[in-house]
Design a protein around this ligand. Structure first.
Ligand code: G6P
Length: 462
């Protein structure tokens, strides 16, 4: 039921996302330790001090914090039933919607939209409704609400029904599937998703390509976008933050350790990803293996430093992929390694300081996703790189639209083409590499996170 005037909440700016800026873990003394996240969204939103961030309790620690009434200022964590959350987040968001937008469905991961899918879909609706209700409670009259991502695609429509006075925006951080692929979803679900999003006043995407794909879905499936405005804001890297952070003592220390691991005088190919299928890590490793096989002069002379941080490990398909990455890295090392040279150095423990150290050390950065909303690694490496770094970049990453001129562009499915690009990147003359890196850094930081968020707020209110 719509709340009546005067009983509305006090928040003027609200953000909603599945993952919030803080999480809680049980401490030894029986208390709860708060861990603040350092992701891009956290730094982007810090430009607006007075805001309320509505997010889900994700683990036992978060749920316990909600039960004990422990909160951070400006954050409201929703204690959604754990099974409902698991069905919505694992069962729909990360196994269906993520797969559709990244075009990952293929044998043996064929979609099967039977009764189990319908049951999970009902949980996805419940979970979205919990967000819509909380936002409706907290928002002041005429407040601005920005909803994030595919987890919460139904929230704009649900919130609009509860509170017609709000300005509602939705931002998509993933690609958007082409219409013929999107239509793999059952018709009623496809429609519900589009209409849910169109409940917003304004929808925004990371690139024109994803925005156009969404518009095309609306045109073909429900006959248009019903007057909802659609915009593009290409999130960039935060140059000031990265340059400062990359020279702190913890990064210097890890840089020393990495140099020791790599060995004197060797070139370094770096990749940093969450481990999941869209990142195309296995094919990247195969391309590197092909380089060692077909260009023996690189043996003993190059090391591939691959950071692959496990993600969404509740799902078997993500776990299997994580294991496959480790297997392929090991097989390359046993095939080509020598007593003094490890061809692939794989690290799986998430460590931001070590990622920055790797960016500084890199001669080549490999960013080869099958599809990616943006990919900030491609934008961050050129900013931090000490001596300039050649960028091998998939044409299917959103970042391609801004970085194509100075990257070595690859078709992510083509391991041979990727191998050739790696070879060209390793051979690139130092002055050319430095020039390209400068231009990549400028293009990749054109819209830093704070401005990215403020631009959206202005456009939404305009
Ligand atoms: C992508 C999504 C984000 C998500 C992130 C990490 O970037 O667009 O919404 O937070 O992946 O995934 P996770 O499932 O760990 O939140």
């Amino acid at each position: 039921m719509a709340s009546t005037h005067g009983t509305h909440g006090a928040a003027e700016v609200l953000v909603a996302s599945n993952r919030g800026p803080v999480s809680y873990v049980a401490a030894q003394d029986g208390g709860l330790d708060a861990r603040r996240g350092g992701g891009g969204l956290v730094s982007a939103l810090s430009v607006v001090e007075d805001k309320l961030w509505v997010c889900a309790a994700l683990g036992d620690g978060d749920r316990e914090a909600v039960r004990r009434g422990i909160t951070e200022p400006g954050v409201r964590m929703l204690d959604i039933d754990a099974d409902v959350h698991a069905d919505a987040y694992n069962g729909i968001a990360n196994s269906v919607l993520w797969f559709v937008h990244h075009m990952l469905y293929q044998t043996p991961f064929e979609p099967s939209f039977g009764p189990e899918f319908r049951r999970r879909w009902a949980a996805y609706e419940t979970y979205n409704r919990a967000f819509a209700r909380a936002l409706a409670e907290e928002a002041a009259d005429g407040a601005t609400v920005v909803v994030q991502d595919y987890h919460l695609a139904l929230v704009p429509g649900m919130l609009r029904e509860l509170r017609a006075d709000l300005r509602i925006g939705h931002f998509t951080h993933t690609p958007w599937a082409p219409v013929d692929y999107f239509r793999m979803l059952p018709d009623d679900i496809a429609e519900q998703l589009l209409r849910g999003m169109l409940g917003a006043d304004r929808l925004a995407f990371l690139t024109r390509r994803w925005a156009d794909a969404f518009t095309e879905c609306c045109t073909r499936i429900i006959g248009g976008t019903s007057g909802t405005r659609i915009g593009v804001h290409g999130l960039g890297a935060d140059a000031d933050f990265l340059r400062e952070r990359a020279h702190r003592p913890d990064v210097e220390e890890r840089l020393g350790a990495l140099r020791d691991q790599v060995g004197e005088g060797r070139k370094v190919v770096v990749r940093v990803d969450r481990t999941e299928l869209s990142k195309n890590i296995v094919r990247g490793l195969r391309a590197y293996e092909l380089l060692l096989e077909t260009r023996p002069r690189w043996r003993e002379k190059v090391v591939h430093v691959a950071f692959a941080y496990p993600s969404r490990q509740d799902l078997a398909v993500y776990r299997d992929y994580t294991a496959e990455v480790a297997r392929v890295a090991e097989s390359i090392n046993s095939r080509f390694g020598t007593p003094g040279w490890t061809p692939v150095v794989l690290h799986v423990k998430d460590d931001f300081a070590r990622s920055l150290a790797a960016y500084r050390l890199a001669d080549v950065a490999l960013v080869n996703p099958i599809r990616d909303g943006m990919n900030l690694v491609a934008k961050e490496v050129p900013v931090v790189s000490d001596r300039g770094c050649a960028l091998v970049l998939s044409r299917e990453a959103g970042a391609y639209e801004e970085l194509a001129d100075d990257a070595l562009v690859v078709n992510p499915y083509d391991a041979t083409g990727t191998c050739e690009a790696l070879g060209a990147a390793l051979d690139m003359a130092e002055d050319e590499r430095a020039e390209r890196t400068k231009r990549l850094a400028a293009a990749g930081t054109a819209l830093p996170p704070g401005r990215w968020f403020l631009e959206q707020l202005e456009a939404l209110r305009g």
